[in-house]
Structures are given as C-alpha cells and as structure tokens.
Ligand binder design. Structure first.
Ligand code: PA5
Length: 433
C-alpha cells in the first residue's frame, strides 16, 4: 500500500505481518486528534509550532537577505566555518552533504564544522588547517551559551581577530536569538551581522530558518527551491484523512509498531550522501520523543555498507526493531556495468545493468528478507535528490514527529533530559551558579 503526498511516497506493505486493519481503524481517530493539536495549537509545547508555516514565511520575508549574505560570502572566501551543535548545525550539514558533489570541489567555499564536539584534537586541527585560508565564520546558537560552540568560537574569534584585525567583525555572522543571550550581546558589541532564530522554532526544527539556510546557500544550494518543496509539502500534509496523509500514516504506523514491542526504528539509506540526513533525523526523533520513560529509539544505518556489519543483527538479532528506508528513485548520475571477457569476478550476469539498478534490487531484497525475518519496514521515496525534494523530506519528517509525539503522549518540543549531564559537568568544572 502506498500514499503519495507531494512528490514523497510512503510505501507500507511490509508492516502487515505485524500491523492489521483493526490497528489502523483504531488509530484513525487518535491520529486525527493528534493532528488537531498541531493545527489548533492546543497540545504540549504549542508555543514552539513556528516551524509549521515557516517555509511560506521564509519565502516571503527573509529569503533575500540570506541570499545576499550568502552571495557576499561565496565571493569573498574559500573557507566557511559553521560553529554550532545539535539543531544549530545538523540540518545544514544534512543538506550540504546530500546535495554537494565531489566533482564540485572548488566551485563553492569549503564548509568546515566546529563547536559540535569538545575534542581538542578536532579543534587544533581545524585551526591549523585554516591558517592559510580566506575565512568567513557563521556562529550559530539560540541560547548563545552552549559550551561546545562557545569554546570553539572563543578560539576561532581570536584567530579571526589576529588574522583580519577590525575586518574580522565583517567576516563573522552570528545566528541567534533576536534580543537575548550572550551571543546576541557579543554580536551587538562587536558589530557582527546577525540572523534571527525565531522564538517559536526549537533548534531541531530550525533547518528552514537562517540557521540552516545561510550555510546551505553558501554551499551553492538553491534554498528557494528547498523552501518551495517544504511549503508544498506543508499544504498537502493538511489532509485530515489518515489514509491520504503520508506523514500522519508514518506517525501512526510507528506508534502501532511501538505498542507491539518494536522499540527501535532504524532509518536506512542507500546513498552515503544521506548519512547526515539520518543524523538530523536521529536528533529530531530522539529529542522529540525520548521522555517520560517512553519513545522509540532512533538508529540509522547506511546501506549497502552496513549490511556487511549491522546486517547480521538486523536480520537475526532481538526482534524489537522496525526499519524505514529512504529511497531515491532516480540517481543524479549512473554507470552501466561493462562486460568482461574473462568474467573472473562473475559479474557478467549483470553486465548492461546500471549500478543504480543493482542498488535498487539490493534494496528490494533487503526489504523482503528483513520483513520475513520479523523486521517490519516502510519506504519513504523521493524522485530525485535535489533541493526541492529534500525540502519536502525535511518537512515530512518534522510534521510526522509532531503528530507521533502527541500520539505517544509526550511534549515533542522540549528536551529536559539534555540538562542532566550539563549540570553534572558544570559542577565538576566549578562553574559559578
Ligand atoms: O534541538 C535543540 O534544541 C538542541 O539540539 C539545540 O539546538 C542544541 O543544544 C544547540 O543549542 P543552541 O542553539 O542554544 O546552542
């Protein structure tokens, strides 16, 4: 069975060994109520629903200032450093890695990422490798006080001031709260250009604000098209009927599977360009749902690579998992497998087929094997990996997690659990209260 919404298709034939028609019938009303909470802003955390209309808002307001800044940066540097962690960098990285090509190297500034860990090796190497580069920096933090980006920015700011003197303040762009926080204050004092993270958009929902869009535009990606994809998806996902709304069906099926003991969802791609898309998805689903002792654990694999490692566990390990495949129907590039007169590798039986054809047959084989091994699975497909369809996909998963979180009975928009380690770390570091 399939639901097409926009250009995104959800195929869920392979859940029916576990899910039955009655489950779907009883979920219809619950999904409708969860969706109402999003639409009418009556659920937990409803003050953070700014992402719902964000694509249309951004297209009509901030797009041109982001494009202008990106143009200036592209023309004036060869290295662009994105400082941020979690929701303040994963969306940008997901899009940039998905839509950049190895063969485009040199056409856009190299994008480097800092402040997403506390490894001294990582920071030292980054500072070493930018010494001879022509650098712009985008420091991104909604709170302005997150430890990892704050440490990285302290060193990189120092590097910029030493290298560029007063001109450094033109080369540093801060994306932060409109009026509060340490980064906003620093930006005002130093004269950095700023972009705003709206109050009603949480970090993990911020990829379609300046948080994601500025770095993505600097990478030369068409952010207008990405926003259009997300906007078009937001319209089609207004549909009330569960059987016509792919995001709501995905949310409903996840919850049915969870209630039947499938506690882990594995997002599996068949293109390494989507590795960071999975990292973005893991944060979105993990932070939104893992609370009150509940929530599906979001894991991810890159296939076919990980079929040669995690494939064993998935096929035959504990039956607490289900999978969601991301499928790109048509690749950007393809190759026909040549015939070989000696055929020592035994590949002549697929000579004349393309590499993508083989990849798709692997996907079909995996879906069948895992389903018959007790791993229900769904497939979310897009026609091509481009800015428009990635925009659709971002919005699809955002909408689905909101509905899914409400079905689960949690607040999908807070993250109280991330404070516990911080307060221990601050105590251990002797941070003044
Ligand atoms: O989704 C979230 O809220 C978090 O992942 C934050 O984005 C992350 O902790 C970074 O926070 P900040 O932007 O305040 O530095």
């Amino acid at each position: 069975m399939q639901i097409a919404a926009g250009k995104v298709t959800l195929d869920y034939d392979n859940v029916f060994r576990i899910v039955n028609e009655n489950d779907l019938v009883s979920m219809q009303k619950r999904a409708y109520e969860a969706e109402r909470k999003v639409k009418e802003k009556t659920g937990f955390g409803s003050e953070f629903l700014g992402w719902v209309n964000l694509p249309s808002v951004m297209l009509s307001t901030e797009l041109s200032s982001i494009l202008e800044a990106a143009k200036e940066i592209r023309e004036n540097c060869d290295t662009f450093i994105v400082i941020g962690i979690g929701g303040s960098y994963l969306g940008a990285r997901a899009a940039i890695e998905a839509l950049s090509s190895m063969t485009d190297a040199g056409k856009s500034p190299s994008i480097l990422y800092a402040g997403n860990n506390m490894s001294s090796d990582n920071l030292c190497e980054l500072i070493d490798c930018i010494k001879e580069k022509n650098v712009y920096v985008n420091v991104i933090s909604k709170s302005g006080t997150t430890t990892e980006p704050a440490i990285a920015f302290r060193f990189i700011r120092d590097f910029m001031v030493k290298k560029y003197g007063k001109e450094s303040s033109k080369r540093i762009i801060a994306t932060t709260d409109k009026s509060r926080g340490a980064l906003k204050e620093m930006a005002d004092n130093e004269g950095y250009r700023t972009f705003v993270i709206p109050d009603d958009v949480g970090g993990r929902f911020s990829v379609l604000t300046a948080v994601g869009l500025l770095p993505i535009a600097v990478a030369g990606i068409d952010i207008k098209s990405m926003l259009e994809g997300a906007r078009d998806m937001s319209k089609v996902l207004e549909e009330d009927d569960l059987r016509k709304n792919s995001a709501h069906m995905y949310a409903a099926l996840r919850n049915i599977l969870y209630e039947k003991g499938k506690y882990v969802e594995i997002l599996a791609n068949f293109n390494p360009k989507l590795h960071y898309f999975s990292e973005w998805w893991k944060q979105l689903y993990g932070e939104s749902e893992g609370k009150n002792g509940q929530g599906i654990y979001p894991a991810a694999v890159d296939f076919t690579t990980d079929l040669h490692s995690m494939g064993q566990w998935i096929q035959s390990g504990r039956r607490i998992i289900f999978e969601t495949f991301i499928d790109i129907e048509t690749p950007s590039k393809d190759l026909e497998i040549p015939s070989d007169s000696k055929n020592l590798d035994g590949l002549n039986y697929i000579a004349g087929k393309t590499v993508d054809y083989v990849n798709h047959k692997a996907k079909e084989g995996v879906a069948m094997a895992h389903a018959s091994g007790g791993v229900p699975n769904m497939t979310v497909s897009i026609p091509r990996l481009d800015a428009y369809h990635l925009g659709e996909l971002f919005y699809f998963f955002e909408k689905a997690v909101a509905v899914s979180g409400y079905l689960l009975g949690v607040n999908p928009f807070d993250q109280p659990g991330v404070e516990a380690y911080k307060s221990n770390m601050f105590k251990l570091l002797g941070k003044p209260s």
